[in-house]
Ligand binder design. Structure first.
Ligand code: MRU
Length: 348
């Protein structure tokens, strides 16, 4: 299975698999400053909510490595971590991870940057390991919702590449396959950056799980033909009422699934739930550059001078979500109550 990131303690570098270049080639990009990591996050070298969260944890280590031991080192470190938290707005895992690391620092009150670096590194390594156990738990719960012979549609990439390893939505599929169920996957290509065609297809191919890529706009026909039994997607931010932000196009898939009576599942860790946001209306939606839509491989698709719309995410209303699969168990409506119970450890 592909490994999204590694931290090299000797060189103090975060190595990120370059997701822009998959499937053409599998190479790693080294980040040794917070600025380099911000560029990598904004440029989609590392992407996917849990992956950017864990990358940010290591980014906090890079930040501590950068600050000099002066009377203002604490403020400088906090400022760098704050800049990192704002690299992309929609996936709450990024700001959640930065807040978590800052709180960890405050709790332990290191005396200097060297102590802070040591403390943050140990916590980042713990968060890296925790991401994998969390995904495996999501997979275990989610696999119970899939039946032998199912054809599962997924949108974007919520796999090993979007996490440290194993994945959320693809973790559910991996677990069901490991349980002996025959599962086929249809991966939406996921315009404009093709995470489904490039990343989901590559991961599942390596795992030997049957995968077929379809254009995003084939979804309605495939559902109408009865070829899809379940939809499983990831999430970037889930509001307290269950409304879920995920890759642009997800909401359309959910509306269609609802229309055709196909269960639509969201698989995500509890850290993707933002209880400070009541409904999806308040989730900030990232808008990205024109060229992602207007050009492919440097070739113009849209006439010069014509503007494009490039929202990176949309919000699926909770009414279209059959269940939210977390590491604490399967949440069903009303999500407000289920989320409160999950955070209180009263689910499973
Ligand atoms: O813009 P991206 O590629 O970062 O968007 C990623 C997604 O929308 C994923 O589905 C989501 O982050 C869940 S990943 C487990």
């Amino acid at each position: 299975m592909l490994k999204t990131l590694y931290f090299n303690e000797k060189t103090m570098q975060l190595l990120l698999i370059d997701q822009v270049r998959i499937p053409e080639t599998i190479t790693y990009v080294a980040c040794d400053t917070v600025e380099a990591l911000i560029t990598a996050i904004q440029g989609m070298v590392v992407r996917g909510a849990p992956a950017i969260g864990v990358a940010a944890c290591f980014g906090c280590v890079l930040a501590a490595n950068e600050v000099a031991d002066t009377p203002t080192w604490r403020e400088e470190l906090a400022q760098k971590i704050d800049q990192l938290a704002q690299a992309r707005p929609t996936a709450v895992n990024l700001s959640w991870a930065c807040t978590h690391m800052l709180n960890h620092l405050h709790r332990h009150a290191p005396a200097n940057p060297a102590q802070a670096k040591k403390l943050l590194l140990a916590e980042a390594l713990r968060m890296e390991a925790k991401d994998i156990t969390t995904n495996r738990a999501i997979g275990r719960f989610g696999a119970t919702l899939l039946a032998d012979g199912d054809c599962v549609l997924t949108h974007c990439n919520a796999g090993a590449l979007a996490t440290v390893a194993y994945g959320t939505a693809l973790g559910v599929i991996r677990h069901a396959v490991a349980d002996g169920k025959r599962i086929q996957v249809i991966a939406d290509e996921t315009r404009p950056l093709f995470q489904g065609a490039r990343l989901t297809a590559q991961e599942l191919l390596l795992d030997g799980i049957p995968v077929t890529v379809a254009c995003d706009n084939a979804c309605c026909l495939l559902m109408m033909q009865g070829r899809i039994n379940r939809v499983v997607v990831g999430a970037d931010r889930i509001a307290k009422n269950g409304d879920t932000a995920n890759k642009i196009g997800t909401a359309g898939v959910a509306v269609l699934a609802h229309h055709f009576g196909i269960p639509f599942y969201v698989a995500a860790p509890l850290s993707t739930i933002d209880p400070t946001i009541a409904t999806g209306k308040d989730i900030p939606i990232e808008e990205r550059g024109r060229d992602e839509v207007a050009c492919v491989n440097g070739k113009a698709l849209v006439p010069e001078g014509v503007p494009v719309i490039n929202y990176a995410f949309d919000v699926t209303p909770q009414a279209y979500i059959s269940a939210i699969i977390t590491e604490a168990g399967i949440l069903t409506p009303p999500y407000d109550e289920a989320i409160t119970k999950a955070f209180a450890g009263e689910l499973c």
